[in-house]
Ligand binder design. Structure first.
Ligand SMILES: Nc1nc2c(ncn2[C@@H]2O[C@H](COP(=O)(O)OP(=O)(O)OP(=O)(O)O)[C@@H](O)[C@H]2O)c(=O)[nH]1
Length: 467
């Protein structure tokens, strides 16, 4: 073989080598190698938990179609349908088990489906590592500090903020006006609207009767108005208004003593009984009154003598807890007189200023229940004087309130009336009747369900609200 021939063979071999290298490089470039994610501890965070339910996947449109991504997620298919075998025209070009891109993209190899294994779920997660026990704290030497540390931490109850008792009626006046100014408006309309003939006076009378002033008070008010209009030659609307205000205030007997007898005696607390028919607002009033007293710096004890209804005692207890007052309550169906007696005894021992006793609601027509109430008062009086018996009347019941007041007055000699729910009625006229017929003053008015919606009764402010 000649030298030239050797050169040709060498060149051909070199060319073949170059072609092989270039081919290998190109092949490697077109290949995408995915790195395997790092091995994860099979227990992981789930503590070895494997979902037992099966997922089913369906094959959507081919991955190189951009619209495929916008398609809504496919509904789960029955688990028996395998995504690859159900693919339309799913030609399998992949032979080496590796994914490819572009023209070489292949339908992924049908992966072997892993069976789902049942795994025991551990009862408790074992601690990952055992930590060294924390070093013991040094005990302080100081015995006082030791005692303080050993003492149980007392929970400090969060008490309600109580609305100041001054100026209550002014603040709550709007509540009265809302319900009552219809009466005032029609009265002023009649008195300020030109000639007052017989018919006009009849209308005035009707308006007063509708407002529950009762016939006696109505007659008295109308007679006074007629007489004074002539005597004072009232000609203007404002004069008529001033006269009406004066006559109504007079009818409310402003001279009556409306103070609540709640101040303590030398060595005993004052005792107040709260009485009335069912649902008039006795418990609510007892709670509201306790708040007023506490806001004024008094120590108050509440006696839950409504042993007929357990919820009433609970209700009273809640009122007491909200302001930090003590409560004495008996067992359900216990003798209310004995609970009232215990409450007063406890009040004397504890040196409180006022004991307020809430009694069960009772119909004034039930003799047995009224006798029971008489007994409550008599038994308490074995311990100390009852300073005040407050009759709670629901202003919305109108005329019936007067009948209740008469019976309660005979049995327990009521000393004052609390007129509740005046915020929801235009019939506050019962105030006039009760005072007129029984000579007992209305001392307090309830003007809402709020804890501080109780106000002292002031005739002038009441009439102003009415007009
Ligand atoms: N709007 C309004 N509601 C009131 C007023 N006073 C009391 N109430 C409501 O009247 C309802 C009855 O009140 P209670 O205090 O439970 O009546 P009670 O007389 O103790 O009831 P018994 O123990 O069943 O006789 C409650 O829903 C009170 O919130 C008030 O002045 N205005």
């Amino acid at each position: 073989m000649t030298t030239e021939l050797w050169i040709v063979v060498a060149v051909v071999l070199a060319l073949i080598a170059v072609a092989l290298i270039v081919g290998a490089v190109l092949y490697r470039r077109r290949r995408i190698t995915l790195t395997k994610p790092p091995e994860v501890d099979s227990k992981g965070k789930s503590g070895g938990y494997q979902a037992k339910g099966g997922f089913s996947f369906s094959q959507g449109a081919s991955s190189d179609s951009p619209t495929a991504l916008k398609e809504p997620p496919a509904k789960p298919q029955p688990p028996t349908t395998h995504p690859v075998t159900s693919a339309p025209g799913g030609e399998r070009t992949d032979t080496d088990g590796q994914p490819h891109v572009g023209d070489d993209a292949s339908v992924p190899r049908d992966a072997v489906k892993r069976p789902i294994r049942d795994v025991e779920i551990p009862d408790a997660v074992e601690p990952l590592e055992t930590k060294e026990p924390a070093p013991a704290l040094e005990r302080p030497e100081d015995p006082e500090l030791l005692e303080e540390l050993a003492a149980p931490v007392e929970e400090v109850p969060v008490l309600d903020e109580i609305d100041p008792s001054e100026g209550r009626l002014d603040r709550l006046r709007g509540r009265l006006a809302r319900s009552q100014n219809a009466v005032g408006k029609s009265l002023l309309g009649l008195l300020g609207g030109g000639d007052l003939d017989e018919e006009s006076w009849e209308e005035v009378e009707d308006t007063l009767l509708i407002a529950d002033l009762g016939s006696a008070t109505t007659t008295m008010v109308v007679d006074r108005l007629r007489e004074q209009m002539v005597a004072r030659s009232v000609r203007t609307e404002s004069d008529a208004r001033a006269l009406l205000r004066e006559v109504l205030i007079d009818a409310l007997r402003p001279e009556l003593d409306r103070s609540i007898h709640a101040l303590p005696h030398d060595d005993t607390p004052s005792v107040l009984l709260v009485v009335g028919v069912n649902g008039t607002g006795k418990t609510t009033t007892t709670g509201k009154l306790a708040r007023v007293l506490i806001a004024d710096g008094r120590r108050v004890l509440l006696g839950a003598a409504d042993t007929f209804r357990a919820a009433a005692a609970d209700q009273l207890q809640t009122w007491a807890e909200r302001v930090g007052a003590e409560v004495v309550r008996g067992k359900e169906s216990a003798d209310p007189a004995s609970v009232a007696f215990d409450a007063v005894t406890r009040g004397i021992e504890a040196g409180v200023d006022t004991v307020l006793i809430d009694t069960a609601g009772r119909l004034h027509t039930k003799t047995g229940l009224m006798d029971e109430l008489g007994k409550v008062k008599r038994v308490v009086e074995k311990r100390t004087k009852v300073d005040e018996v407050l009759l709670v009347l629901d202003a919305t019941v109108g005329q019936n309130g007067l009948n209740q007041a008469k019976v309660f007055s005979e049995v327990v000699d009521i000393t004052g009336v609390v007129l509740t729910k005046l915020d929801g009625t235009a019939k506050g006229g019962i105030v006039f009747q009760v005072q007129h017929q029984l000579g007992v003053p209305v001392k307090l008015v309830g003007l809402g369900e709020g804890a501080d919606d109780l106000a002292p009764f002031e005739p002038a402010a009441f009439v102003d609200a009415l007009l």
